[in-house]
Write a protein that binds this ligand. Sequence first.
Ligand code: HEM
Length: 219
Amino acid sequence: MGNGNTVAVWDLPTRLFHWLLAGLFAFSWFSAENGLMDWHRISGETLVGLLAFRLVWGFVGGSTARFASFVASPGKALAYLRGGGTAAAGHNPLGAWSVIALLLLIAVQVGTGLFSVDTDGLESGPLSYLVSFEAGRKAAGVHHLAFNLTLLLVILHVAAILFYRVVKRRNLVTPMITGRDGELPPGTPGLIAAPISRFAIVAALAAILAWYVAKGLTF
Ligand code: HEM
């Protein structure tokens, strides 16, 4: 239940990142399943930019997006699991580890996709020309494995959010849409946002990198 006070939790760049990531993950899956490989490549190359953006935003973005603010020691995560810790805006110490695992796995998936080739060598990632056919096939194997593991983590991710909703009566989804949380205790310290100009610069650099990679490391 809301208490009338809303605390800023997620900045716009982090929310945009989240829903674009979820959308592109689903679209990459759909396009691969349906043989739409041109679209699959474009989706993966866009994900390169998105992940590069999130990596940098984890150092220079709004306070709750920064890795330093949410990557907690396993001890802290265990203490949280046992019911310790105070309410705070941002990822909880346990959720933080699943966020890191998700981001790392998606990075492996996207990274190996860039080097992958299919059995007849007809479909290939933009950087596959840098490696042998055998290495490209190995990359494709890891690409498939990473997809299965990512899918498992996504299922756990959505299950954890449902668990919060049903058992703990906490709505985590609305804050990921609106950026604000009405269920935190009044006075909880909220997000310290980063300037929009920084968002524009980091997003532009990430887009240039994605373009450069998509063109096979040329412009
Ligand atoms: C209907 C589907 C989804 C819902 C409702 C959802 C909801 C959420 C929510 C509420 C959070 C914030 C958790 C917190 O309070 O700490 C979050 C974070 C996150 N989610 Fe999802 N999610 C969905 C799908 C996905 C998918 C498909 C992916 C990846 C492919 C994903 C990756 C992430 C990541 C990486 C974060 C951390 C955000 C960051 O700090 O950048 N989510 N999600």
